[in-house]
Design a protein around this ligand. Structure first.
Ligand code: HXC
Length: 257
């Protein structure tokens, strides 16, 4: 058994969460759930942290929710504990989250990757929603987020047959933002996160909120939300700094205010 179910570190202004149950292909049990959300919230409360990277290991990002932990649960236990609802604390994180995904990202693993804001993967990454083979359906967002990411036909294919999709297919389908060599996945995710870290923290949060709003509202409401958020950013010193830096042909030095 791994002593620590996750490993965390801070690299410059990026908080890294590494799932660390290699003996169970990083199956997501309650201990992982709680430590991941606590770590993400702790990173967010540190004003120096600008973005998060979540990753696993070469063999598995995560092979799903922990089947052995769930197997004997009753309906009433699942219902009354509202099993998996705690993950909304992860999707409430306002900082951008980059998922660096190698190996298996199945069931809850695929769903956790989709809770991140963007996914970096390699050709040998294997995404899937195989819950149908266990006599259940996705329970951490697969039927909703996968459908929004890849459309109805492919989501139905994945959810109804339980087949896996490799990194290339996932990139073609729009699930993966950048497909890179398998051994470059983590470094690329860190580069993306470091690039975000060079921006203004409140502006980054506003940008994430605006894109997320596209999934929650009508176009008219979303456009209004975007425009009002855009207007509000003119209250920031970082807006003045960004536009002054452009005019004076220099690099902006954002102060996060
Ligand atoms: C618990 C798991 C696990 C999981 C793997 N393990 N996935 N334990 N929950 N989701 C454990 C295995 O039992 C095994 O432990 C060890 O990890 C290594 O796995 P192997 O199967 O021996 O590895 P391999 O032969 O390489 O096969 C890899 C695999 C397979 C194809 C990914 O492990 C697999 O099919 N896993 C389950 C994938 C899945 O169905 N995911 C969805 C879960 S449900 P031991 O002790 O035997 O060495 C879900 C959402 C549920 O995520 C929502 C409903 C409410």
């Amino acid at each position: 058994m791994s002593e620590h179910v996750i490993l965390t570190e801070i690299v410059d202004r990026v908080g890294v969460i590494r799932l660390n149950r290699p003996e169970a292909l990083n199956a997501l049990n309650l201990a992982i759930l709680n430590t991941v959300v606590e770590a993400a919230e702790a990173f967010q409360s540190d004003p120096n942290i600008m973005a998060l990277v979540i990753t696993g290991n070469d063999k598995a990002f995560a092979a799903g929710a922990d089947i052995k932990e769930m197997a004997d649960k009753s309906y009433i236990e699942m219902h009354q504990s509202d099993w998996f609802s705690q993950w909304t604390r992860f999707t409430d994180i306002r900082l951008p989250i980059v998922a660096a995904v190698n190996g298996f990202a199945l069931g809850g693993g695929c769903e956790l990757a989709m809770m991140a804001d963007l996914i970096i993967a390699g050709p040998n990454t294997k995404f899937g929603q195989p819950e149908i083979n266990l006599g259940v359906i996705p329970g951490m967002g697969g039927s909703q987020r996968l459908t929004r990411a890849v459309g109805k036909s492919k989501a139905m294919d994945m959810v109804l047959t339980g087949r896996m999709m490799d990194g290339e297919e996932a990139e073609r389908a729009g699930l993966v933002a950048r497909l890179v060599e398998d051994d470059k996945v983590f470094d690329t995710a860190m580069e993306v996160a470091q690039t975000i870290a060079s921006k203004s923290r409140p502006v980054v949060m506003a940008a994430k909120e605006a894109v997320d709003t596209a999934f929650e509202t009508s176009l008219t409401q979303g456009l209004l939300f975007e425009r009002r958020a855009f207007h509000a950013l003119f209250a920031l010193e970082d807006q003045k700094e960004g536009m002054d830096a452009f005019s004076n042909k220099r690099r902006a030095q954002f102060q996060d205010r």
